[in-house]
Design a protein around this ligand. Structure first.
Ligand code: IPE
Ligand code: IPE
Ligand code: MG
Length: 250
């Protein structure tokens, strides 16, 4: 179990965010799309800091989807450059703040430089316990379920039958990219679209969903505060009746 300086049970332990709307933010200002992405990095920094202050244990950010390779090559290359430079610039500060970094997604498509930087960041911060920052890069929810199923099948082959499963845990759980992390309590998508876009398909089964029209570069501490306050007003029932949940809480 990770330690946490969580102040209130109304604060989600794990927040997962689809950071969307950089392009439209730039377009509205007659700026090139890369400028939107650059401003998006600033918002990311602010949201990481706010999550640290609020005692969030895990923050998962969707940085690049397995479908984003379909964008124009120049945009993909801008995104890779920004990703690389942000990692280099922020890693030491994140480490000082007690942040453990973890990347999920298929790394094989990235350049050697970027892969090495990702590994260095994970290695450097692996013992930190204040907050885990999960960056989903070349991630897709279907990819995750498929790779977990493949690993489980391999473990079963190696075991000469069906690989043993821990009681109360799904067989795939230990093989998912997010293994060992608490499931997301709150999902946030900025930018106005109401869709998952192949983010954490398995892990979001019981997550509270929050959609806002605010574009990612404008999403600040106050906007995150509103999302957390909204989360605090929800009753999570996990299949129970409202009365059962109230009796449990009393
Ligand atoms: C999100 O912003 C950033 C990534 C997908 C990497 P977009 O670039 O999708 O912004 P919009 O949706 O075009 O406004
Ligand atoms: C989802 O945003 C991926 C990230 C934020 C990294 P997209 O902008 O790629 O999603 P779609 O294409 O609108 O569904
Ligand atoms: Mg988008």
């Amino acid at each position: 179990m990770q330690t946490s300086d969580r102040q209130s049970p109304a604060v989600p332990r794990h927040i997962a965010i689809v950071m969307d709307g950089n392009g439209r933010w730039a377009r509205a200002r007659h700026l090139p799309r890369p400028e939107g992405h650059r401003r998006g990095v600033g918002a990311t920094r602010e949201i990481i800091g706010t999550c640290l202050e609020r005692g969030v244990e895990v923050l998962t950010l969707f940085a690049f989807s397995s479908e984003n390779w379909r964008r124009p090559a120049s945009e993909v290359s801008t995104l890779m450059d920004l990703f690389f430079s942000a990692l280099r610039r922020e890693r030491d500060k994140l480490h000082e703040q007690g942040v453990r970094m973890r990347f999920i997604g298929d790394r094989s498509a990235f350049s050697d430089n970027l892969r090495a930087e990702m590994e260095r960041s994970e290695e450097h911060t692996r013992d930190n316990r204040r907050m885990t920052l999960v960056i989903a890069a070349n991630y897709g929810g279907r990819w995750d379920i498929e790779q977990a199923a493949r690993s489980y099948a391999e473990a079963s082959l190696a075991a000469g039958g069906i690989a043993p499963v821990e009681a109360g845990v799904s067989a795939l759980e230990p093989y998912l990219a997010t293994a060992g992390l608490v499931e997301p309590d709150l999902f946030i998508r900025t930018g106005g679209e109401r869709r998952l876009s192949n983010f954490l398909l398995w892990q979001l089964a019981y997550t509270e969903l929050y959609f806002t029209d605010t574009l990612w570069p404008d999403f600040d501490a106050a906007a995150l505060g509103e999302a957390i306050a909204d989360f605090g007003r929800r009753q999570r029932r996990f299949g129970l009746t409202g009365e059962q949940v109230e009796a449990d809480d009393a």
